[in-house]
Design a protein. Structure first.
Length: 313
């Protein structure tokens, strides 16, 4: 059993607290950047687009993720709506203070981030399906690392368990279903759902990277993103059976409805794309596509440098 109840604050700079949650997301974004740059180069795309796009897509994903979380957990914010928009909380004396950047709903972030990515590929005149395959493993990497931040915030946990990896949750972070009076802190541990999602993301990233290298002849551009939808949706759908107190629609957890939508859309599109008369899979060794710069102008690959996807000087 894991009896640690961590402090969400890693350190302070002056009076400003730096939270472990934010550090995990920063590390996750850095890892995603490295994965995307490597995959873009391998596929003959312009890696310079990654840095430009990540800022815009990350902001869109944060907005969508925050909106989904606030709707999902409206009971936490309805008495003080300003705290839904800003990382603050009301103190006991009635004043406000910094409460940390936390509370994001992954389904909302995926939806708005995907829309932002689609918009950028249209604006920059690059192939959305190709870039979707580049980004898909990075989404799993972000999930694998970012979810660790939930441990430090003592959130995203399931019902009590006696399994060796059960975690302790202090009384201040308990949901209404598990009060300390009924489930004593000293003897009660909970399923670490954030860890389950993190491990799922780690395995998912490895599988997508493996498919992109070993089974490229069987893939249609865009397949990896659809596989991500199915994988993530299935994981989240199953884990929702272990959660309580979340947003529901006619008694069904909304996260399960959204997750089921991801799975259905992914499976239907995969079936359609691989049926008789559908688009031909990519070649084993596709020719590098001419990359574009962020302003939409095509760049000619520098053949003399021997590295596909590098804009000519």
């Amino acid at each position: 059993m894991i009896d640690i109840t961590p402090n969400p604050v890693a350190f302070t700079i002056g009076s400003f607290p730096v939270l472990w949650y934010g550090i995990c997301y920063a590390v996750g974004l850095a890892a995603v950047y490295l994965v995307l740059v490597r995959e873009a180069r391998r596929r003959g795309q312009n890696p310079e687009l990654v840095g430009n796009a990540m800022v815009i897509v990350a902001i869109a994903a944060l907005i969508g993720g925050r909106l989904y979380h606030v709707i999902d957990q409206w009971a936490l914010y309805q008495s003080d709506p300003i705290t839904a928009l800003l990382p603050i909380a009301r103190r006991a004396d009635g004043t406000y203070g910094f409460a940390g950047f936390s509370g994001l709903g992954v389904p909302g972030g995926i939806l708005t981030g995907t829309l932002a990515g689609w918009y950028l590929t249209r604006r920059w005149k690059v192939d959305f399906a190709t870039w979707a395959d580049i980004v898909a493993p990075g989404l799993f990497v972000m999930q694998a690392i970012g979810r660790i931040g939930n441990f430090f915030n003592q959130e995203l946990y399931g019902p009590p368990t006696s399994l060796p990896w059960g975690i302790a949750i202090d009384c201040a972070h308990r949901i209404a279903a598990y009060p300390c009076e009924t489930f004593p802190l000293a003897t009660t541990h909970f399923h670490p759902l954030f860890l389950y999602e993190s491990l799922s993301g780690l395995v998912g990233a490895a599988v997508l990277l493996w498919l992109a290298r070993r089974h490229v002849s069987r893939l249609v551009p865009g397949d990896l993103l659809l596989i991500f939808f199915v994988w993530y949706g299935t994981t989240r759908f199953l884990l929702e059976f272990m959660r309580s107190g979340n947003w529901t629609f006619f008694g069904i957890p909304t996260a399960q409805i959204v997750s089921a939508g991801f799975v259905i859309v992914g499976l239907v599109l995969l079936w359609y794309r691989h049926g008789p008369g559908r688009p031909a899979p990519a070649a084993d060794d596709p020719a590098p596509a001419a990359p574009a710069d962020p302003d939409g102008a095509e760049a000619t690959p520098d053949r003399s440098a021997g590295e596909p996807g590098t804009p000519a000087a």
